[in-house]
Design a protein around this ligand. Structure first.
Ligand code: B16
Ligand code: MG
Length: 226
């Protein structure tokens, strides 16, 4: 058996929580007189909570005291969590379960590598927590993607060397982080946006079991050549 390490980003890969981030950030931005569009929300994908608020304030040309900044961050998260509380398994993105089932059956190590500080809560809501051998998220890292820290820590947590790991990511910064970690980077989403990935799929329904089987024996440079 070829033992690899499979690392999944959360938002945009396993579930689409971006729509809830959007609603919560929009409410916050509007409450302090800042406009907030879906296009701006796109630019917050994979970005930490603190950096997201800094960007929004910057777009609106608003400066806040540290106290107000922290209060707004807490309010945003409370509002966001009210949406998360209503999540269930039906929100697992199409095709994800089939990929996870293949890996579980083959006893491949599975880790989470996410910027979110709410990842355990979300994985519990969609009943996937039990399938993860390690969770590395916004609570365990000091450097945000594109720094490879999150994926290197995930690899270490599942006892895999970086070059044997495969990362599924939907953000450009996440793909760059996986590449810097010398891992196979699989982009989930738009071909043009994620063009630095070793290989890109629109979503998990495009990932076949033959492809997964092949991943077990291929290196990053071999995959790129194909
Ligand atoms: P939280 P990922 C990221 O998740 C989201 O894409 C990003 O929009 C969010 O700001 C970040 O998590 C922090 O989330 O507020 O829950 O700590 O894509 O890295 O799984
Ligand atoms: Mg993501």
């Amino acid at each position: 058996m070829n033992r690899k390490g499979f690392i999944f980003d959360l938002d945009g890969v396993i579930v689409d929580t971006a729509k809830y981030h959007f609603l919560a950030w929009k409410k916050l931005a509007n409450s302090i007189g800042i406009d907030f569009t879906e296009h701006q929300n796109e630019q917050l994908k994979g970005v930490s909570r603190i950096e997201s608020l800094k960007k929004i304030l910057n777009w609106g040309n608003v400066t806040l005291s540290e106290t107000d900044f922290n209060r707004l961050m807490a309010e945003k998260n409370e509002n966001y969590l009210s949406y998360i509380a209503k999540m269930d398994d039906s929100e697992i993105l199409p095709g994800v379960m089939k990929t996870l089932e293949f890996l579980i059956k083959d006893k491949q190590p599975i880790a989470l590598g996410s910027a979110s500080k709410n990842s355990i809560e979300i994985l519990n809501k969609v009943h996937l927590f039990k399938h993860f051998d390690a969770i590395i998220d916004g609570n365990s890292v000091t450097k945000a993607k594109p720094d490879p820290e999150v994926f290197l820590k995930a690899a270490a947590a599942i006892n895999c060397s970086p070059e044997t790991c495969i990362v599924f990511e939907d953000s450009v910064a996440g793909i760059q982080a996986a590449n810097k970690a010398n891992m196979i980077s699989i982009g989930i989403g738009n071909q043009t946006i994620l063009n630095e990935a070793d290989i890109i799929f629109k979503d998990f329904t495009e990932i076949s079991t033959d492809f997964l089987q092949n991943l077990l024996s291929v290196t990053k440079s071999e995959l790129k050549k194909k």
